[in-house]
Write a protein that binds this ligand. Structure first.
Ligand code: PAF
Length: 490
């Protein structure tokens, strides 16, 4: 039986994963922001000592005939939910509109858990879900939220994460991991979860209760170098028969032909796989934004060796389970440096395409039209500046010449951008989609903003921070203005 994944971000991409998890019998749980919060139970009739069983009883007279209402209605005072918390729920129909199947594929028995606005023991004291589900550790977390929502969303489940949890970040742009670690106070590399980074080129949109697979693509994932190296330290004694100074999580990737793209994942030693996750360490309540290290709210493990074994087990389980999606989702596991090269290349494509297409409110294909000469020039200027920023960075130098030449020269980046624009000719880029949906925030700070931060960090000593990356800065500011003046669509 595959281990359970929790999915944070039930939009198009999160739901697409859910579709494939379901198909491959991988158990998963969705977090639902709009899950019925227990707050109404405290508000209804202003009764003192209002209890959960009162609520169930009241629910008999007020209950909705449509049980799916329980997942979507949040009006605090008007309804009482009879079946809260549901253990099974037909949450949505996921439809693959690819050539393979046009039949709706209903997923019932979806397991979901509420993502509460605030983790507050008092507020949720009548909520059984808080006590049972909402305190149990999460070992494998797939994060598909928008970049700018991530820290807030993670802070709501922070008390359920452990230093041996594995977080898979499947998002546009870069910089979220750093932001998470900083905000959560995970400063010690031994005291933070494993991170796996991912890039996805599938297109998926959630429309009402249907997921439309708008473009068949691929998924590339890799653990970060740090997670693979175990916080930069050897993991003594994980495997008695091996050189004790070697970071043995690296051995997960040891393959006979040392293939760099899609290397085989190797099962760790029996001893590691048999190390039980300490289920008996429920989280104590903590305020979501307290910068407390892990050890202040869960019982620290008796030894670092034990902790490292758990981290290795969790990373292996995450990677080997996601590898089940190899054929259906075109998922490939890469070594960290190979993924980093792809991430940097995608970062530049996003930084050049998304702001320009959004400012002009045009499809990706329009950026290739000869009529949009200004747009061509803007994309070219951004490409040139972004490539220069990369070429001055530590990340670029660490990659080695092969990967630099293959992915990150101006020529390679221009070709990649043009190919993507051709392949997604009809599409509106994700930033424009966010804008058209009425969002007042964009991911531009994780695209152009990330490049600007790199440029500031790696600038020549005689240059001022404000003077670097002028094109990226200009489009980022224009996008921020455009979004800020947006009236949200109800
Ligand atoms: C590559 C890309 C620009 C295609 O639309 C996509 O990453 C997006 O929309 O953000």
């Amino acid at each position: 039986m595959a281990p359970r994944f929790h999915v944070l971000g039930p939009g198009g991409i999160g739901s697409l994963f859910a579709f494939y998890f379901h198909k491959h019998n991988i158990p998963f749980t969705f977090f639902q922001r709009k899950a019925p919060p227990p707050t109404p139970l405290l508000l209804v009739n202003s009764k003192d000592n209002y209890s959960y069983s009162d609520a169930l009883h009241d629910g008999d007279s007020n209950s909705s005939s449509d049980s799916s209402d329980t997942a979507t209605t949040t009006t605090p005072t008007s309804k009482i939910y009879k079946s809260y918390p549901p253990t099974t729920l037909k949450y949505m129909d996921l439809t693959s509109l690819s050539t393979k199947s046009a039949e709706p594929q209903p997923i019932d028995a979806i397991n979901w858990e509420p993502l509460y606005p605030v983790i507050d023991k008092e507020l949720f004291r009548y909520d059984p879900a808080y006590n049972e589900l909402s305190r149990s550790p999460i070992h494998h977390l797939l994060v598909t939220t928008k970049t700018y929502q991530t820290v807030d969303a993670i802070s709501k489940i922070r008390h359920r994460l452990r230093p041996w949890s594995t977080l898979v970040l499947m998002q546009n742009g870069m910089g979220v991991q750093e932001e998470i670690c900083e905000t959560m106070g995970w400063t010690d590399p031994h005291e933070r979860p494993n991170f796996v980074q991912g890039i996805i080129s599938h297109g998926a949109q959630k429309l009402e209760d249907t997921i439309v697979h708008t473009g068949i693509g691929s998924v590339w994932i890799a653990p970060t170098a740090e997670s693979l190296a175990g916080g930069g330290e050897g993991e003594e004694g994980e495997d008695d028969n091996e050189d004790s100074s070697a970071p043995s999580r690296m051995k997960l990737f040891r393959s006979q032909n040392s293939q760099k793209m899609n290397p085989k994942i190797i099962r760790p030693s029996h001893k590691i796989m048999n190390t039980p996750y300490p289920y008996n360490s429920p989280a104590r309540f903590i305020s979501p934004y307290t910068n407390a290290p892990f050890s202040s709210f869960y019982k620290p493990l008796s030894s670092r060796k034990e902790l490292q074994a758990l981290r290795t087990r969790s990373l292996y389980e995450t990677l080997s389970t996601l590898q089940l999606l190899e054929d259906s989702m075109g998922l490939k596991i890469l070594l960290p440096e190979n993924l980093l090269a792809l991430q940097l290349s995608k970062l530049v494509v996003n930084a050049c395409v998304n702001p320009v297409a959004t400012l002009l409110e045009c499809t990706n294909g329009n950026l290739l039209d000869p009529v949009t000469e200004d747009a061509h020039q803007a994309v070219k200027d951004l490409l040139k500046e972004s490539q220069h920023i990369l070429s001055q960075s530590k990340e670029y130098r660490d990659l080695g010449e092969d990967l630099q030449q293959e992915h990150l020269t101006l020529e390679a980046l221009t070709n990649t951008t043009v190919n993507i624009l051709k392949a997604t000719r009809q599409n509106r880029c994700s930033t424009l989609q966010d804008y058209l949906k009425g969002s007042q925030k964009s991911e531009v700070e994780y695209m152009n903003g990330y490049l600007i931060k790199m440029a500031e960090r790696d600038r020549a000593p005689e240059m001022s921070a404000e003077s670097v990356a002028p094109f990226n800065r200009m489009v980022m500011e224009k996008i921020k203005e455009k979004f800020a003046s947006r009236t949200p669509i109800e």
